[in-house]
Design a binder for this molecule. Sequence first.
Ligand code: NDP
Ligand SMILES: N[C@@H](C=O)C(=O)O
Length: 262
Amino acid sequence: MADTPTVLITGASSGIGATYAERFARRGHNLLLVARNKARLEALSARLREETGVTIDILPADVTNSDELAAVETRLRDDRQIGILVNNAGASLEGTFVDQAANDIAQLIALNATAVARLASAVAPRFIEAGSGAIINISSVVGLAPEFGMSVYGATKAFVTFLSQGLSLELGPKGIYVQAVLPAATRTELWELVGIDVNTLQGVMEVGELVDAALAGFDKREPVTIPPLHDAAQWDAYQAARQTMIPGFAQVHAAERYRSAS
Ligand SMILES: NC(=O)C1=CN([C@@H]2O[C@H](COP(=O)(O)OP(=O)(O)OC[C@H]3O[C@@H](n4cnc5c(N)ncnc54)[C@H](OP(=O)(O)O)[C@@H]3O)[C@@H](O)[C@H]2O)C=CC1
Ligand SMILES: N[C@@H](C=O)C(=O)O
């Protein structure tokens, strides 16, 4: 695969995705930008073509629509120039679980989880055949913290982090790099879309700083990059604590504390 492969970015019309587009274009990568808002994709691609000289295509698509998602999957399967997938398109959901309509929950899962897995699934076989390629999945620290009270959104992001860690183990030995990026609150339109004024929040990262940090993690080939986490040893300890349980999972008998019921 080329040293500067084409990068397909979902959710490239604003926020984190648009910033990835700008940063990868400045690194000399050609781009394929995906989102629903065609006018915004056209404006961004025109500006970045002018500023960087790279080739930029757009593929307007709603990745929760099965036909439109299939068009993105086909491009990932067939376009051998694409060597990096940035699975970034996503949204949050207003309110608490009982306020959220079942259809909105299903739609959020389709966007934040199903599309992410399907697009990775579309590209992975070709990357395996090439022996190289990278998949960047934009997750969230919310997926580590049910305490934040964003149960469905957090569950989709826990899925993305788990999927990324699993794929890193499965695909890493075949030459493919998989990165989960876990931002915390970042100044983008996502907040306004769920009725929150981002200016009322504490500790909000600017989107350029977030993406630059994520790309520093990418360059180091980190499997999990958490830009706002200052003490990296905390993540290492969390992983180590989880891993200490694994050898104990295979048991013929239930734990002593569950044996008194009958
Ligand atoms: N901002 C934050 O605080 C944090 C964000 N994240 C994650 O970062 C990612 C990017 O969000 P962010 O940049 O903040 O928010 P934005 O709202 O700015 O960007 C979301 C992007 O996703 C696209 N998108 C939304 N729905 C669809 C759809 N159905 N099909 C295709 N594209 C879609 C939007 O484009 P269009 O409307 O044109 O389709 C837009 O380009 C998300 O996965 C989010 O969960 C993670 C942690 C914190
Ligand atoms: N997108 C934010 C929550 O809605 C986050 O992931 O922090």
